[in-house]
Design a protein around this ligand. Structure first.
Ligand code: HXC
Length: 287
C-alpha cells in the first residue's frame, strides 16, 4: 500500500507541522508523493522546516486561535490553486499544572488552541469540500487521555476529548459528503516541545519505556506511517475511529502523570519556571 506515489495529487494541510509529530507526519506524506502545507505560529521555524522538507512543502504562519486568520489562510490556499484535499489537526498546546493553580486565561490558552482552533480549521476546510463536492479526509491527533482522563493536564484532556467527540460526530454528519474523520491517540513519542512542558527537567523517558507493554516509547516514523494509512484512499471506509498508538500503554497503565501526585509546592514551582522559560523563548520567535 505504501507506494511512493500513494499521495500523488493530494495537498495536505498539517497544523503544527513545523516541529515534532506534525513535522514527522508531513515528512512521511511528502515521501509518499503529497504536497504539504505546514502551519504554525513561528515563521522562522516553519521556514527552516520547509527548506529541509523540500520544494513540495509550503508553509504559512497562522495562529489557529484566530478564526479570521484561519479563514484567510484557507482562502489564500484555494486562491493560489492549491486547495487542501486532506487535513491533519495536529497543532496543540499543553503544560502540566495543578488544576487549582490555573487562571481562567491559562485554561483558555489551551482550550483556544486545541478545542476551538481545531474546530475552526476543520469547519473552514470542510465547508469548502462540501460546497465543491470533492469529499476529503481529516485526521486529528488526540491522546489516550480521551479515554482515561489525566491529572495535571485537565484543560488538554477536556479539549482533546472534545476533538474526539467532533471526530465521531462529523464522521456521521459529513459522511454523506464523502468526508471522513479519524483520530490517532499517541502515547509517549518523545518530542522536544511536549517533553519541555510535560516532563520539564527530565528527558530520560526511561520510566515510560519500562512500564510500556512493549518496553519502549514510540518513534516519530510510527505516527507518520499510521497517519498515511488513515489518510490513504485504500482506507476510505474507515470513519469515525480513534486509534491508540501507544504499545498498549493505556490498557496497562491508564492515566499519565500519577507520579506527580506526590509533588509539593517546591516541585510545582520549579516545573512552572522551566515551562515558562521555554514559552518565553518560543514567543520570541513569533511575529
Ligand atoms: C500555570 C500557566 C503556565 C504554567 C502558562 N500559564 N503556562 N499557568 N502554569 N506552566 C498561564 C499564564 O500565566 C497565562 O495566564 C496564560 O496561561 C497564558 O499564558 P501565555 O504564556 O500568555 O500563553 P501563550 O504564549 O499563548 O502560550 C500558550 C501555551 C504554550 C499553551 C501556554 O505552552 C504554548 O504556546 N504551547 C504550544 C506548544 C505546546 O504546548 N506543545 C506541547 C503539546 S503536548 P495569566 O492568568 O497569568 O495571564 C500535547 C500533549 C498531547 O498537546 C499528548 C501527547 C502524548
Amino acid at each position: 500500500m505504501f507506494q511512493s506515489d500513494l499521495f500523488a495529487g493530494q495537498h495536505v494541510l498539517v497544523t503544527g507541522g513545523g516541529t515534532g509529530l506534525g513535522r514527522a507526519m508531513a515528512e512521511r506524506l511528502l515521501a509518499l508523493g503529497a504536497t504539504v502545507e505546514i502551519w504554525g505560529r513561528r515563521a522562522p521555524v516553519l521556514e527552516q522546516a520547509a527548506a529541509e522538507l523540500g520544494p513540495a512543502c509550503h508553509w504559512r504562519a497562522v495562529d489557529i486561535r484566530d478564526p479570521e486568520a484561519i479563514e484567510a489562510a484557507v482562502a489564500a490556499s484555494w486562491d493560489a490553486g492549491r486547495p487542501y484535499t486532506r487535513l491533519v489537526n495536529n497543532a496543540a498546546g499543553n503544560f502540566i499544572s495543578r488544576t487549582e493553580d490555573l487562571s481562567h486565561r491559562a485554561f483558555r490558552a489551551i482550550a483556544d488552541i486545541v478545542f476551538h482552533g481545531t474546530f475552526q480549521v476543520t469547519t473552514a476546510v470542510g465547508k469548502r469540500w462540501i460546497a465543491e463536492k470533492t469529499g476529503g479526509a481529516v485526521l486529528s491527533i488526540v491522546v489516550t487521555w480521551v479515554w482515561t482522563g489525566s491529572p495535571f493536564v485537565v484543560p488538554s484532556a477536556m479539549s482533546k476529548a472534545g476533538v474526539d467527540a467532533m471526530t465521531k460526530s462529523l464522521a456521521v454528519e459529513w459522511g454523506r459528503y464523502g468526508i471522513r474523520l479519524n483520530g490517532i491517540a499517541p502515547g509517549v513519542i518523545p518530542t522536544e516541545g511536549a517533553s519541555s512542558r510535560l516532563r520539564p527537567g527530565d528527558n530520560r523517558h526511561s520510566e515510560p519505556a519500562q512500564r510500556n507493554p512493549l518496553g519502549r516509547v514510540g518513534q516519530l516514523g510510527e505516527i507518520g506511517d499510521l497517519a498515511a494509512f488513515l489518510l490513504a484512499p485504500q482506507t476510505g471506509w474507515v470513519n469515525g475511529q480513534t486509534i491508540a498508538l501507544d504499545g498498549g500503554d493505556w490498557l496497562a497503565n491508564g492515566a499519565y502523570f500519577t507520579d506527580y501526585l506526590h509533588w509539593g509546592d517546591e516541585e510545582w514551582t520549579a516545573a512552572r519556571e522551566r515551562i515558562r522559560a521555554r514559552d518565553a523563548s518560543d514567543r520570541a520567535q513569533r511575529g
